[in-house]
Every structure is written in structure tokens, then in C-alpha cells.
Design a protein around this ligand. Sequence first.
Ligand code: 13P
Length: 249
Amino acid sequence: MRKQIVAGNWKMNNDLAQTQALISDLKKQNQTSDAEVMIAPAFTNLWSAFESLRQQPIEVVAQNMHFASNGAYTGEVCAAMLKSIGVSTVILGHSERRAYFNETDELLAKKVDAALANDMRVIFCFGEELADRKSGNQEQVVKSQIKNALFHLEASAFKQIILAYEPVWAIGTGETASPEQAQDMHAFIRKTLSDKCSSAVADGVSILYGGSVKPDNAKEIFSKPDVDGGLIGGASLKAEDFFAIVNAF
Ligand code: 13P
């Protein structure tokens, strides 16, 4: 059985005190589902978050990292730095990084390689823009994003990969993909992976949906057979809402 996962992407929100306050609220929540729970605070708060959650079943993950192992890359953070503070999962390929920081598929392939070389797990994000969906090209776009960044990997590497389908038009807009649209795309992604590797590999990879997931729509989205969880933005900033989503399974 593949894992059900709910991950909160805090993006560029919460300073140290706010991070500690939100974590303290998260610790008061009651988890009734079996989902793996993750949060991704800003770099500056990762260590404090990790320390505060040592005894808790909430994993602290990073929102990004550089592909190089060290060196003259002012302002960047590498895999070894993350590993040294207990962070061993990283989100890569978020549409905001692609759009505002010009991250290309080629660059992301290098970041994925660096994460895997450091024995980290990757939450790899991708998804079409509104214009792609309107022109019916969403599958083609998603397939090329996955192919360009991940298809050089050996089949065994997919054990370390979590996929996150995040249609750009649904991020932070309040507009979600319908559960059927999510299911159709997730089934397409799984088929793409099955054609590339094998059905055993494809069946083992968790595929998360992201884009305006809220307590009131999570249950229906998560009920779809190929939706294995969610990558949550806005709603992950409130402990009660986040855990309502975690418990929607
Ligand atoms: P929202 O849940 O705020 O739409 O953000 C989704 C997202 O980008 C998670 O990575």
C-alpha cells in the first residue's frame, strides 16, 4: 500500500515566534487518520521546528534547496546543510519557484539528483497553467514536466519520490480542481510512470494533489483512488484547518 501524506507548505510565512506558536497549536491537535504529516517552514525556522517536533509524528521538510554540494552560491542552501539539522525531505519544482525564480525542468533534474544522492526524499511538484487547461494540453504539459525532471532516474529511485500535482490555476485562488479532474490527472500520471518503469513502481508512488485544498473539500478529493494526499498552502497555516484536512482520510 502506498502512503497517504498530507504536507503543509508554509511558503514565505511565519517568523520564528509565529512558527513556534503554530507548532504548539499543531501539537494540540488529535490525529485520527493514518496519513503521514509534514510541514515545510521557511529555512530560518527549520531547526527550531525540528527541535520542537522531535518526539512528534510530524516531519519537518524544506521548501527548496540548491543542487551543488557546497561552494560559492550566495544565499543558497544545500542538501548537506538540511541533512545536518535533521531535514531529509525537500519540496522541489513548486510552480512559484518555476514562475518567480525561473526554475526549469533541467535545473530541477539536477536538484532531484542532488537530493537523491544525499539520500533525501523529494516532493516533486508540477502542474499546468490555466491556458494549458483551456486548450486541452494539460496532460502533455504535465507529462513533459515529469519526463524532463525525473525520467533519467532508475526505477528504484522512485521509492524516494513523492509527486505533487498542483494545477497553477488552483493555487491560492480558492478554485480547486474538481475531484474528477484531480482523479483523471492522477490516473494519467500513474499510467505515465507505469509505462516508463512498471506498474509496481507506479502503484508505489504517492501522488498528492495541491491547490486550494480546504477542510470542506479535502474529503471528496482524498476519496479518489489515485489521490494519495495533499500539499496544502493557505489552510496549513491554521492548525485546526490543517488537521481537519489530515483527518479527512
Ligand atoms: P493553496 O493551498 O494556498 O492553494 O496552495 C497550494 C500550494 O501551492 C501548496 O504547495
